[in-house]
Design a protein around this ligand. Structure first.
Ligand SMILES: [Zn+2]
Length: 158
């Protein structure tokens, strides 16, 4: 018997899940930390508006919604690799859409209650840049739709 080695949390699996959920949803410390001033200098106006002020570009207006080259989409703010073109698909929404992130931990999520809706915001896990939202009406195998603003992305051809 090693019951003395078990912490309270290891007895209550749902407690651990709740805790992880809270951690993923709360404001977290990002590896890349710049002041608003520094971001403003570093990014062009549109990218700053989208990534630092949770902006949205009009549908069918961005440079990547109809982009079909083979490669990796990176964060426009910090350069982190976020999405693979192999998971990009035609969602009809007018925004670049992916059914998965390059790796789950590269994209952070946060509940967004703005605009009278409850949506799941997606952010670059490295610098906290607002990317867009993730929805659950995507195709197989994940059923997810990562709906991303073109202005939050750059592209590296393979
Ligand atoms: Zn980033």
């Amino acid at each position: 018997m090693r019951t003395e080695a078990l912490s309270e949390e290891s007895w209550i699996p749902h407690g651990i899940i709740d805790r992880e959920k809270r951690m993923s949803e709360k404001e977290r410390e990002f590896e890349v930390q710049l002041s608003e001033e520094e971001w403003r200098e570093r990014l062009d106006e549109e990218t700053y508006r989208i990534t630092r002020q949770c902006g949205t570009e009009p549908p069918f207006s961005g440079k990547y919604y109809d982009h079909k080259e083979d490669g990796i989409y990176t964060c426009a703010a910090c350069g982190a690799e976020l999405f693979d073109s192999q998971t990009k698909y035609e969602s009809g929404s007018g925004w670049p859409s992916f059914y998965d992130a390059l790796e789950a931990e590269r994209v952070a999520t946060k509940i967004d209650r703005s605009a009278g809706m409850v949506r799941t915001e997606i952010l670059c896990a490295r610098c906290g840049a607002h990317l867009g939202h993730v929805f659950t009406d995507g195709p197989r195998p994940t059923g997810k739709r990562y709906c991303v603003n073109s202005a939050a992305l750059n592209f590296k051809a393979r």
